[in-house]
Design a protein around this ligand. Structure first.
Ligand code: HEC
Length: 105
């Protein structure tokens, strides 16, 4: 019983930690596809997953909404190198942050 409570509170805490990131929806993927031809919901979720796994190690998440596209175009190549992303991962993260940058909380 205690163990279950512990697991439940860990799940609860991790849900809170990521609650600041907006969950992308199909409308976001569609908007992204206007900028990035062929872009899908799957690409969007993959980009978010990579961002969540690599982009809060040295500092807290810098949420997509905190920068515009021009700024992300400059920052992501620098941070991708710091996070040791390969070029495919870098492209997915860039598309994720640019696509979500215009979504207001
Ligand atoms: C190896 C450490 C490290 C990793 C991993 C890392 N960063 Fe950073 N990042 C830094 C440092 C150091 C700074 C400069 C200090 C600061 O702003 O906290 C910075 C700054 C930033 C800034 C502010 C830059 C500015 O000029 O406004 C953004 C945005 C950012 N990082 C995004 C990301 C994203 C997105 C990722 C994942 C791809 C990432 N970072 C991964 C170390 C890292």
């Amino acid at each position: 019983m205690k163990k279950h409570l512990a697991v439940a509170s860990i799940l609860f805490l991790s849900a809170c930690a990521s609650a600041k990131l907006i969950a992308p929806g199909q409308a976001d993927a569609d908007r992204g596809a206007q900028k990035f031809p062929g872009y899908t919901m799957n690409d969007l979720n993959e980009g978010k997953g990579i961002y969540e796994a690599h982009c809060n190690k040295c500092h807290k998440y810098k949420a997509p909404q905190t920068r515009d596209e021009a700024k992300w175009d400059k920052v992501i190549p620098v941070m991708a190198r710091k996070a040791k992303l390969d070029t495919a991962q870098e492209a997915l993260v860039l598309k994720y942050v640019v696509t979500m940058s215009t979504v207001k909380q």
